[in-house]
Design a protein around this ligand. Sequence first.
Ligand code: GCB
Length: 619
Amino acid sequence: MIFRRFLIAVILFFGSLSGFAQENLIINTQNRKQVSLNGTWHYLIDPYETGFYNYRYKEKGEKDPEAYWNNPNPHKKTDRKEHEYSDDYTLEVPGDWNSKDDVFKYYEGSVWYQREFDKPELDKEERVFLYFGAVNYEVHVYLNGKKLGMHKGGFTPFNFEIPQEMLQKSGNFLVVKVDNKRYADEVPTLNTDWWNYGGITRDVKLIITPQNFIQQYALHLDQSQDIEKSIKRKKFNISGYFKLNGPNTSSEEKVTIEIPEIGLKKKVDIVGSEATFNFDAKKIELWSPENPKLYEVEFTLGETTLTDQIGFRKVEVSGKDVLLNGKEIFMRGISLHEEFAPEVRRANTKDDASKLFGWVKDLNANMVRLAHYPHNEYMTRAADSLGILVWSEIPVYWTIDFKNNEVLEKAKKQLDEMIIRDQNRASVIIWSVGNETPVSEARTRFMKSLVMHAKEKDNTRLISAALEVGYNRGKNYIDDPLGEYTDIVSVNEYLGWYGDLPHAKVKSKWETAYKKPLFFSETGAGAKGGFHADKETRWSEEFQEWYFEETLKMMEQMPDNFMGLSPWILVDFRSPKRNNPKFQEGWNRKGLIDNQGNKKKAFYTLKKYYEKKEKEYED
Ligand code: GCB
């Protein structure tokens, strides 16, 4: 008993230090046994962090009745209590607090979330993990007065184990301190062109696993095979890995991989708690935007089978082209923020994903740039089943503290968490390590380190970053030194909006220092939906339409390594930086769709171009 208590104390201690939660991250949570903790939670707004620090500004003791992780629950009328969770103050989870009401609109600081839950029905051997899809930005988690751990990073998942002994039959008191303050040495940093939505912005659940379970895995086409040969022979090489969790995983175990649809069954030996594998498979239909084929895959360890829906494809760069399954592609993309503008809130449900992708499909796009941070898993899952290629990014945005090694570690941790969660999504073909980072030696060292890290973690995707356009001898010259390390050279292009007028575009000349695929990760102009004027009037739909017409003309004279674009942006999005009181009112207006969900004229201009491009690449 004493030893058991000691063990729990050790687990809790290390849990509380687990800023580096990716080690323990459980993937594919949607297909595991679980209890949702979404719904109505109580909250306390705490701008001075009174619930966390005492009056000498020291972290409060665990048992301090004034600490907000403890339930004061006074019995006598003489008891003094200065905090309480009340049904009069509630927030919905998942959700952001900013959309709750005007008190929260610009709030950046600490909010305590609280709810109770009953112990789920558990076998003696089962284990319980508390999983968060994302919380923005710094979070401390407490259960029944004990700290489970903390996490930083507003857009990636994390989990903590709850030993069964910690759970009461009912009334488990769960408290989550969320803080979305911005800091110069965090990722992102102080300055961003999007709304800093605070809160438990994604799903929360208890994941229930057996003692020993498959925690992480990858299953994909081995990217080194000659895909044309494999297609001809109808025989593909599949590779991947398993990482198990549990007390018995250091002895020899086997995991069975089955794909019933093609009659495939393979046994993989696990030695220690990890294994890599490689085998041939016949009759596989490859995944592509035209045929987003997903297979039901079953992984069995002991008595438990975990399923996943997985597509198989190869993506590679060959000279100036990007090849998907050996065929050259043109990316008809569009950029997106994780926001549902008509309801002025973060997007975080399956239904939100299907609405956003409904617009993407309507535009006849085959690719999305999920800017500027990892979006929720419903998005990448939906992209898999709808056949939409994905660029997924970490919020290394603008003026990050590039000289600071700790900041680099924070960025790497977010990169890891993004990669681990979505490594089995065929749709994700590009990891982006950042956006518009200003060229300097320190910055290039920092960014190169992220590129190398991503390549080391995952060799089944391409690595890029959104760069800026340079100018040289009257030409748009792309020579950012980071381009040497990325697989695709991507730039954000705004000629005609941030400089000059759209007619300047056709006259512009383009050149790149790199013989690699060239991609426009942004291009766009602002327009207030429903405001009509002549095309030279800023903010009119006609100006934006003109901008896109000229951009598309310019496309025709790009160097021959130009292979696609993801214009800025699908829908107007909230940004505290956009203060024109007549046309912006706190919204970045570069959406092709306005914040009410109405399509602007430029939507149809781009749609027509994408229809033409689709035909061109059909043959
Ligand atoms: C950019 C940024 C993007 C901004 C956009 C704009 O280059 O990457 O985050 O929102 O320009 O609208 O200026």
